[in-house]
Design a protein around this ligand. Sequence first.
Ligand code: GLA
Length: 735
Amino acid sequence: MSIRYDESKKTFTLQTKNSTYQMKVSEYGYLLHLYYGDRIEDEDLSYLLKLQDRGFSPCPNEAGNDRTFSLDFLPQEFSTDGNCDYRSGSIEVKNADGSYGFVGKVKGHRIYSGKYKLEGMPSLFGTEGDTVDSLEIRLQDEATLLTVILRYSVFEEKDIITRSTRVVNENPETVYLNRVMSMTMDFMDSDYDFIHLDGRHTMEREVTRIPISYGMQTIGSFRGASSHQHNPFAILCDHGANEDFGRCYGFSFIYSGNFVCKVEKDQYDQTRINMGIHSKHFSYQLKSGEYFEAPEAALAYSGQGLTRLSQLYHNAYRENLCRSPLSAEIRPIVINSWEAAYFDFDDDKLLHIAREAVDMGVELFVLDDGWFGKRDDDCSSLGDWTVNRAKLKKGLKGLSDEIHKMGLKFGLWIEPEMVSEDSDLYRQHPDWCLQTPKRPLARGRYQLVLDLSRKDVCDYIISSINAILDETKIEYVKWDMNRFITESWSSIEEKEKQGEIYHRYILGLYYLMDQIILTHPDILFCGCSGGGGRFDPGMLYYQPQIWCSDNTDAICRLKIQYGTSFAYPISSMESHVSVCPNHQTGRTVPITTRGVTAMDGILGYELDSTKLTTEEKEICRKQIEDYKNFYPLIAKGDYYRLTNPFAFHEYTAWQHVSKDRSRSLVSLVLTDKEANDAQRYLKLKGLKPEARYTVSGMPGLYSGRLLMSAGIPVPGSLLEYEAVQFYVGETGGQS
Ligand code: GLA
């Protein structure tokens, strides 16, 4: 069992292969956090708690005249609301009598094998190869009878601990939850950097690293989706931590809506991190006997730097989060019609593009936006999921049949959560979109957001989308979402429950995906929200790959994919070779380089194949062949970031290494060429020191140790935006 309760010491100890997590029930029944870090065997960390008389830090009543026990500085596992703790809290409750406060004391616990499940929300699951144990600790406020159940699951081999919070109202009267964090962690020190992934549309998940300082540093989203602007992921690490060294803590929120992550350095140089649903416009009514379930957070600890931390998430998210049975299979190479044709197409044009792509080795043709209603631009028709016969004379089925005759699979774009004002659906059901009474609606891309908090709306969407998927042979769906929520008011909900709509929207979305995606296990779903506006673990549960960004420029993508790789596996990032000059930046980059960048993800194409030269098509054919050869390393191996594109401008390099360390693919893109520049050496990672390897383009054999310590010379002949790949193979291993 990876979880132990020591009755004499009143400690809970959670053990993963390389980490230990310990908490303690204090003398008055509060649950204190003792430690999370490198694995420690059978030791009691209670000695770390130092009680002191601190001025202006009041103590709970039961401490009597003991002025040393204040929750204002003691490390807590889930903080009280009030009761002397002035730091940012885990919970905020408005009780039945109008008072605020929650004072939770431990009333019991349960340890069991297996993973707990969350109702209606994504969460990690155990597989046959995993040892997973779970712990539930029950905290209750004796005055209000509000109960909080803290849940933990320990994925021992994966070095992952998940947490979630359930709040149960055992009081006969109704209360309101204004904030419920999924996790709180108190550190007794503050020598950390805070790393997070921020950005904007077409430049998502840039890496920001700042030392934590007094007060609060907060990231979050209030857009109704996890957003392009901030990702629900944070790292706290030693100031000196780098890819290979240092203590690093990861916090990943498995949720696709509003979130917040607050890092607070307090007056005594301690740190608190809170992660959960954003409390802005959040007020959850809890009647007697009801409960509220907060989403899951996945925690990881690496004592060996950032690369290892990312690998822990990559392994767990590939194997314990992506539900699709297709997730483990080699993904098809797609060609997508968006940048090839936008809204301007008919059957002939699409079939021509598809036909030309067959010889390149493409396996699946995706028909993007513009195939339904009267949609010739983005002003109309979302919600009217009937084929536009003016464009597709033989209908969707006819097109799909023609595509299949070519030996390709067929994929389709949908945007089920939205409605255009100019649509039959909106004309029939204007109350089906989120809106605020008496206020004119805000517009975003001429579309409105359907009220997914309503079951009737969800059921309508489910039946209309499932009808398309069941009538036509479709093997891939791109599920898009192209505007954020501005009004979170539902026309059928009572006024006391309007503060739940943001969350109920996401529950509705998960219900939709349960009913559309999980009922079609043979269809590969790709997530999208204007590119990477909802690239989060909640979506990965349903959709094993996500369109990383609307920015297809191979040089910009180096940064976007670098940032994304901190939390998400390479197998989750859909990445396409597009035309040059690039449609977003105007930059021209060789097609080989575009292929090298796109191979750092799920490779596909986003261009008009009829306009490629024979030579370009041949390059693409070779790219696909190479990609397939290296797919097991790319999709299932270990990932190493060799350079940081935000700090080093000459080139960006990365490495995929097979789990048995016998093969590696090393990729490098030259990003800023100067004349007569310095000779650089690329020091490889993850190889076996004693093994001997061949390196493509270099004669002879090299030990892993040599390749990792002296490295391989970066070819000086490379020009700006050119790329090179080295294939490294152990002699005697597979070449
Ligand atoms: C979003 C997507 C694009 C494309 C368009 C279609 O912006 O990110 O890839 O599908 O919508 O409207």
